[in-house]
Design a protein around this ligand. Structure first.
Ligand SMILES: C[S@@+](CC[C@H](N)C(=O)[O-])C[C@H]1O[C@@H](n2cnc3c(N)ncnc32)[C@H](O)[C@@H]1O
Length: 166
């Protein structure tokens, strides 16, 4: 079963604007990453097309879609969850949604994974929050975070480091 082109086209016509960029969520698309998320957040109007069943008739995809995006190499039943992933990740870059500082230091924002985070209590099951984080010395804290960020990326996602150097 496939979504019919005329039905999809009518839905598109009812919401389109001159500034609209139309994205089709599909496992065949470019894999979503933080750079793409940030780029999309600068668009004025996004229309997100979600398939269901076997997908959508190719003729309407060819007619209205500007870009195809996948959220990973696996197949879901419909495009709604991928669309929610896109909306959530893009919204984080929209002014007023988050405190700007939160975005700057998170994983992928500078091509690395984030450093470990700690909160209260200072001692949990015998494990202490690293001393440097309690020192109040902002320069040392910054240096510790940078080192940890690099170490974690090297251990968990060495591919990111390779991309950063290229
Ligand atoms: C069952 S899938 C269709 C799969 C399609 N027949 C194929 O083999 O490429 C139904 C819909 O779910 C959405 N979808 C499924 N997996 C996705 C993914 N990894 N990324 C983005 N959208 C996905 C798409 O909108 C797709 O049209």
């Amino acid at each position: 079963m496939l979504m019919m082109p005329d039905v999809v086209y009518r839905a598109f016509e009812s919401v389109k604007t001159n500034a609209a960029k139309v994205i089709y969520m599909t496992p065949q698309g470019n894999k979503l990453n933080q750079k793409k998320v940030e780029d999309l957040s600068k668009e004025e109007h996004l229309i997100i097309l979600c398939g269901h069943y076997e997908g959508i008739d190719q003729r309407v995809i060819d007619k209205i879609v500007d870009e195809e995006i996948s959220i990973g190499d696996y197949v879901l039943t419909g495009g709604e969850i991928p669309a929610m992933v896109l909306i959530d990740s893009v919204s984080r870059y929209i002014k007023g949604v988050l405190n700007n500082e939160s975005i700057k230091e998170e994983s992928f924002s500078n091509g690395l994974l984030e450093y470990p985070q700690y909160t209260r209590p200072e001692i949990f099951e015998g494990e202490k929050v690293p001393e440097v984080l309690l020192s109040g010395n902002h320069q040392n804290i910054k240096k510790w975070r940078e080192e940890k960020s690099l170490e974690i990326t090297k251990n968990k996602r060495p591919d990111l480091l390779k991309n950063k150097l290229n």
